[in-house]
Design a protein around this ligand. Sequence first.
Ligand code: TXA
Ligand code: MG
Length: 335
Amino acid sequence: MTTPPVDLQAVERARAILEAGGLVALPTETVYGLAADADNEAAVTATFEAKGRPKDHPLIVHVCGPEAIDAWAEDVPESARVLARAYWPGPLTLVLKKKPRCGLFVTGGQDTVALRCPSHPWAHALLKAFAGPTMKGLTAPSCNTFGRISPSCAEHVREDLGVKPEGKLDMILDGGPCEFGIESTMVNLSSGEPTILRHGVVTRAMLEETLGCPVPDAGSNAPRASGRLKSHYAPRTKLELVAPEALAERVAAWTQEGRTAAVMARASTLEALEALDAPVRLKLVSPETHLEYGARLYEALHELDHAGADRIFIEMPPEAPEWTAVHDRLGRAAA
Ligand code: TXA
Ligand code: MG
């Protein structure tokens, strides 16, 4: 997975489009974002319409670095600065108390704002060029139709939202495939102890090590977040998660009744499946490490969905803590 060198002319085109209130698909190290000028209400509103996302779901403001925090947030706790210093630019989003400058059209009416500084070199170059003296930022939800799989490459964006006139975007800034492939870790620092709103590649263990305190999951009183909806990131085909020891027999039983299957499992499990002689439309080998798995997950879900089978079967990955973000996304895809 390699990121192409930054195309400065393309970045400049994107900057000009955003400046003029347009919509640009933005490559980040997690997933592609649907970027708009966070100070421009009409542009931000257009991103909700393009995604078909409910208006009360808040957006993340992407900024050029820790120096932009005070332009968007107030009452910023020291812990936020510690985390920003440790993980920015990178896949960590901080939820803080918002400044009046940050419109309610960005935050879905909430008094907090989510800030993130992406490390993808194209996104970073664009944000540096865009920021100006007022530390302008870009709202960017994942660049997918609401409830669908997040895009981890430009091709997914072309297929889903697409470019005008047939599609909904003014430009796709194609910065290659995303390094991590699943959305940023989100930490709430807007009240009381820090809590995790969404798991990602910055793990709980990393956050606790950096802050020197426990960082529990946010409770049920946590702010609204579409990534927290039970059914999210869903392929169109129904998806079933199956324990490793049960997968081969489950799929064999399914196909014996004349139904079709698409499967992602470890190589050894796929061999067991082969031994049972079950006809399978598409077999994908699941990656061995949690980072490789996360990077491949949404692409694999797209491929499995496109196989046109009656059902997708995925072998449950290991239970270890570093797999939490992967389990979270798989669980929602299967919901
Ligand atoms: O990796 C990412 O974070 C990607 C890339 C494009 O940066 N963005 C992303 O955005 O995943 P989105 O909108 O698909 O998911 C952001 C989540 C949503 O569930 C939203 O509801 C929640 O963050 N969120 C945004 N602002 C919030 C706030 N102030 N308080 C609580 N949750 C918030
Ligand atoms: Mg999303």
